[in-house]
Structure formats: C-alpha cells, structure tokens
Design a protein. Structure first.
Length: 116
C-alpha cells in the first residue's frame, strides 16, 4: 500500500489484514521501490498524487522492473484522462477515493490467487 496519507494507509491496512492479507506500507513511490527489494510483493495498491515519486511515475517504474506485478491505482481525482493514463501505463484498475472496502477487496481478490 503506497499513499502519503497515513489515515488512508491505516484504513486499507485494517481492511486487508482483516481478510488475512499481509500489508507492506510506503508513504511515497521512492519508499515503495525500496520496500520492493525485500520479501516479494504480490500486488501494489498506490495513490496517484504523492510527493517525491507520484503514482504515475511509480507505475512506470514498476512496469519496467516488475512487468507482471499487478498494480491498482487509487485517487481522489476521477477524470477519464487519468484513468486512461493509468491503465495505459499498466495499472489493472483505477479506483476512486473515498473507496468502499468491498470494492477494493473485490479488485484485490481478482489479482491475488488463493484468497476468496
């Protein structure tokens, strides 16, 4: 989970941990890239607007380094051009904040085998 908003990270972490997922958190794209050097990550959920390295730049870097790693982008901005850019750069989906737990979980379960 990559988001500069600690409240959003905490909410999503709670939702995912309640479903049995392990969560690794990062406050920006640069921190996320560092954390990806450790144990394997199966999916990335990233905010779009962040300092240092935003979600679009992170998405491009992840596509370059880990082409098969699924990425879900979340944002408070719902313009269709942003959705198209995210999907065009390799995001599996683009979800709007504030998100509903069941919507995020449904998307995550599409890309993480073994969870239902």
């Amino acid at each position: 989970m990559v988001d500069d908003d600690s409240d959003s990270r905490a909410l999503l972490r709670e939702i995912l941990e309640d479903e049995g997922y392990s969560v690794v958190e990062a406050a920006d794209g640069l921190e996320a890239l560092e954390r990806l050097k450790a144990p394997p990550v199966d999916l990335v959920v990233t905010d779009r607007a962040m300092p240092k390295l935003d979600g679009m730049a992170l998405l491009a870097k992840l596509h370059e380094l880990h082409a098969t790693l699924p990425v879900l982008m979340i944002s408070g901005y719902g313009e269709e051009t942003l959705w198209g850019q995210a999907i065009g750069r390799g995001a599996k989906d683009y979800l709007l904040k504030p998100f509903k737990a069941e919507v995020v979980l449904a998307q995550i379960k599409k890309y993480l085998p073994g969870k239902s």
